[in-house]
Design a binder for this molecule. Structure first.
Ligand SMILES: Cc1ncc(C[n+]2csc(CCOP(=O)(O)OP(=O)(O)O)c2C)c(N)n1
Ligand SMILES: [Mg+2]
Length: 289
């Protein structure tokens, strides 16, 4: 959300359910977006459901004459839901530009991944949908960027969805209320050595020499200062006015609340072009190292 231009101030206000947060204190967590200006669809908590929403967005855009890339994430636990299958299958058949990043972090809440699925790699699932599947080291930003970039390019060319499995470890509990005591300590030790931030710092400073140690310190200090100011502003923000709650203001839509207009052009409903009849040419899952 930061990359998309949301401020840390708004994210904190949202978590604190403040009256001037993006949802005016009507919801907390990350449940907000900005479809009009930032092309971000608000995430929802029901695991896997956003995949269908994103496929729908891609379909809607195509009916308006534009192939967009619709990117969303699901966890190793979340991908076990029925709706994941239904949505990804629809996206595959319709060649929608869905980019699904499966964050395989070895735990779905307290359930270890070997109690969640029997396949070795979740990217293997792509074969059954007839779409490309890619495995990346989720602790290496360059791999994640490259695979995602390629998947988005495919989406823009109208070639359909891509499943990216990012292998990593969940270094905390599922959320702040979960102390993750069920995770063996040595698993944390193993993955701590692969800390993506430390590794990327090393890459930028020592391998590529694109950043000096001093510039890095300054960068971190600037960000800390900005975050501190954002935190203070969020704490100082008012709580929602209880009077507005009595009328359910900002909870339900009314006719004056907003209008949904086609974003890319007039809607032209035309069926997708089918390939020539005959055996299907399906790419096998390509695995990155
Ligand atoms: C459809 C659905 N079922 C159950 C839940 C409850 N739930 C929330 S998080 C979670 C575990 C998700 O595991 P994973 O996707 O691996 O996330 P992680 O624990 O790695 O953060 C469950 C079962 C939910 N939000 N939605
Ligand atoms: Mg998980």
């Amino acid at each position: 959300m930061l990359v998309r231009g949301f401020s840390a101030r708004d994210i904190m206000r949202q978590y604190m359910a403040k009256g001037d947060s993006p949802t005016w204190g009507r919801d907390a967590s990350s449940h907000f977006g900005d479809w009009q200006r930032r092309n971000v669809c608000a995430p929802i908590s029901m695991l896997g459901e956003l995949i269908g929403v994103m496929a729908g967005i891609c379909l809607g855009a195509r009916l308006q004459g534009k192939n967009v890339a619709g990117l969303t994430y699901v966890g190793d636990g979340g991908q076990s839901t029925g709706v994941t299958y239904e949505s990804l299958n629809l996206a595959a058949v319709q060649k929608l530009g869905l980019v699904l990043v499966v964050e395989n972090n070895l735990w779905g809440y307290s359930t270890p991944s070997d109690m969640q699925f029997c396949v070795k790699d979740l990217a293997e699932r792509a074969i059954a949908y007839g779409i490309p599947g890619v495995i990346v080291d989720g602790t290496d930003p360059c791999q994640v960027y490259d695979a995602t970039y390629e998947a988005c390019e495919r989406a823009h060319r109208g070639e359909g969805p891509t499943l990216i499995e990012a292998k990593m470890m969940r270094m905390k509990g599922h959320a702040i209320h979960d102390a993750a005591q069920y995770v063996p300590a040595k698993l944390f030790d193993y993955w701590r050595n692969r800390d993506p931030i430390a590794r990327f710092e090393n890459y930028l400073i020592n391998v590529k020499h694109w950043l000096t140690v001093e510039d890095n310190h300054k960068l971190i200090e600037d960000v800390e200062r900005e975050l501190e100011a954002d935190r203070e502003a969020a704490v100082a923000s008012p709580m929602p006015d209880p009077e507005t709650d009595k009328t359910h203001q900002g909870v339900y839509c009314d006719p004056s609340c907003h209008e949904i207009k086609p974003k890319y052009g007039p809607v032209v409903a035309k069926p997708r072009e089918h390939g020539p009849a005959g055996p299907k040419a399906v790419e096998a899952a390509g695995h990155l190292k």
